[in-house]
Ligand binder design. Structure first.
Ligand SMILES: Cc1ncc(COP(=O)(O)O)c(C=O)c1O
Length: 417
């Protein structure tokens, strides 16, 4: 690898938390109001804060774009859950991605896994390139970094599990190689949430989330957050948070903070449900293949056992259905509990066809090279009863098979409509 960067000196980690995940989720950033004793923080809507003399604010705040009590509370909680020193919240997961990319100088080079969220792919190829940052995609990042890195490479972008094929990347293996050349490693941890995976523990330098998904968990907030340990990174990203101004509202911060307090309960339940659904799909004759990192059969199961809490697979899975694009689309309309909709990570189960929806913007050849075929269906398992979800998936598969037989019958002139 040709690089001239100094190796990264990993800054000291924040002290290990005394309390477990659930306790931290409920209590960090949730101090009682010192004035009223309110157990739940009020929503602080003020955009500006009084000063007792010029340049001397009465309290810790001046102007709400720079900081706000509800955002601070939320950021503290996420820092604790990701075992990070710092966290910064943004107006969306995409804004978090954008700010991280904006922190790079023009002329920088990024190496990314191919199988990223469609919006991340769009940002990398259509926005980052406009400010002089070039991104190279690879389907096998653990093997390719050394060949792909140049002296300009500043960042590695990993999504693990990836969206929507649920491929896993060994974060430590990538970080070890990247750090030797002073390259930072970013992990998008949206699919698992900090309950299942803490990428900084495996050598990542920045972890980023679409809070819109598991962290908020109730499909009613668009928001993002990133967390990290380095003080210089904090200075740079905090500056951009304020300068670019892609900040979340106090109400959204308050809602997301409320949501994250039950993250551990929701994600445990969603993982249990997803495993049940994955097993039912694996047994079905109507299914070509199933991608679920919680299954013993998953191609990267060893990585899951190494990186995920208790080897949990999370609430997301995808599968290829027999019958092509038409079958995939019909399946989504045949489910009764899974709602046909984009997004994921909420308490309610959702279903979609990535090739025609979330990943439509990626050219077909690139999509298929990453395993995103037209017959791939993505499921986000919620916290309903697992047995109901299994029944729903089974009845939808049956309906699709019957409907395709009928259609083929007509098309083939067999006449049994
Ligand atoms: C893995 C992943 N990262 C980032 C994003 C972007 O997040 P947002 O929609 O909050 O901008 C998404 C959205 O679906 C996602 O799935």
């Amino acid at each position: 690898m040709v690089t001239d960067h100094a190796p990264i000196d990993t800054p000291p980690r924040a002290p290990s938390p005394v309390h477990g995940f659930g306790t931290l989720a409920v209590h960090v950033g949730s101090d009682h109001d010192p004035k009223t004793g309110a157990v739940i923080a009020p929503i602080s809507l003020s955009t500006t804060f009084a000063q007792s003399a010029v340049g001397q604010p009465v309290g810790a705040y001046e102007y709400a774009r720079s900081s706000n009590p509800n955002r601070d509370n939320f950021e503290q909680c996420i820092a604790a859950l990701e075992k990070a020193k710092h966290a910064l919240a943004f107006s969306s997961g995409s804004a978090s991605t954008a700010i991280i990319l904006q922190s790079l100088a023009a002329g920088s080079h990024v190496i990314s896994v191919s199988d990223v969220y469609g919006g991340t792919h769009r940002y990398f190829t259509q926005v980052a390139s406009a400010h002089g940052v070039k991104v190279t995609f690879t389907p096998s990042i653990e093997n390719d970094i050394q060949q792909l890195a140049t002296p300009e490479t500043k960042l590695i972008w990993i999504e693990t599990p990836s969206n929507p094929t649920l491929s896993l990347v060994d974060i430590r293996a990538v970080a070890d190689i990247a750090h030797r050349s002073g390259i930072l490693v970013v992990v998008d941890n949206t699919f698992l949430s900090p309950y299942i995976q803490n990428p900084l523990d495996h050598g990542a330098d920045i972890v980023t989330h679409s809070v819109t998904k598991y962290i908020n968990g109730h499909s009613d907030v668009i928001m993002g957050v990133c967390a990290f340990n380095s003080d210089p990174l904090y200075e740079r990203l905090k500056f951009l948070q304020n300068a670019i101004g892609a900040v979340p509202s106090p109400f959204d911060c308050w809602l997301a903070h409320r949501g994250v307090k039950t993250l551990h309960l929701r994600v445990r339940e969603a993982s249990k449900n997803a495993l049940m659904v994955a097993q039912a799909l694996e047994e079905s004759v109507h299914v070509i293949s199933v991608n679920y990192p919680g299954s013993a059969s998953h191609r990267h199961r060893k990585v899951a056992l190494k990186q995920h809490r208790d080897g949990l697979g999370g609430g997301m899975l995808s599968f290829r259905i027999k019958g092509g694009k038409a079958a995939a689309e019909q399946f989504c309309q045949a489910t009764q509990i899974f709602t046909l909709a984009e997004s994921l990570g909420g308490v309610e189960s959702l279903v979609e066809v990535p090739a025609s929806m979330t990943h439509m913007g990626i050219p077909k050849d690139q999509r298929e090279a990453a395993g995103v075929y037209d017959d791939l269906v993505r499921l986000s398992c919620g916290v309903e009863e697992g047995t109901d979800l299994v029944k729903d998936v089974r009845q939808a598969l049956e309906k699709v098979v019957v409907s395709l037989k009928v259609t083929n019958g007509v098309a083939n002139g067999n006449g049994h409509a």
